[in-house]
Design a protein around this ligand. Sequence first.
Ligand code: ZN
Length: 241
Amino acid sequence: MNEYKELKKILENAQSLVVFTGAGISVGSGIPDFRSAEGLYNQETNSSYSPEEMVSHSFYENHTEEFFEFYKNKMCYPNAQPNLAHKYIANLEKKGVNVTVITQNIDGLHSKAGSSRVYELHGNVHVNYCENCSRMFGLEYVLNSKGVPTCDKCGSIVKPDVVLYEENLNEDIISRSISAIMNCDVLLIIGTSLSVYPAAGFIRYFRGKYLIIINKGSTSYSNTADLCFDEDIVEVVKKIL
Ligand code: ZN
């Protein structure tokens, strides 16, 4: 059996499947990843600050206007649609596989594709709230506001529910994610080099049967994985469909 058939068989027969995804899964939806040559961190900006500085909590506090200019232009992709990979994962769930998605992405595309249990470690651009009265707003509200988005009720700043550098991840989401990884028999890692906190630490909790990695470029776990595909996930999905 070739490795693509084996992959399909393992995924479709999983008792409990955890899919852990990073930026690589959304490249096929037109969202650049952070660290590749064309990625967010290597893009030209009009600012003297680096993109990494601009997505930090202190930058948000001290340069709020500039933060939102960068955020709206470079971090939000309101027209992005789920690609074959997001849809394939959602379809596994429809076929009866018990699927938990844990993602580092903030694009909301797993939910949009139809996955029902999605833990978004870094939040989601579609959720925004007033810092003062907690009123909730959608992405369009933020994108359509001029400059810094403010609450239509109390006038305070509307903050995206996205985890910035220097901010803590949500404890509840972390513990649910770890618990899912500890209790799954198949762990599928897609589109992340596993070099960034907390991804690498999470994988250590896995004690199931199959660890599978699909990532263009090698990862710190490529040698220990049961199956490893050094290619774009959309290409892999095309081969197993
Ligand atoms: Zn408010």
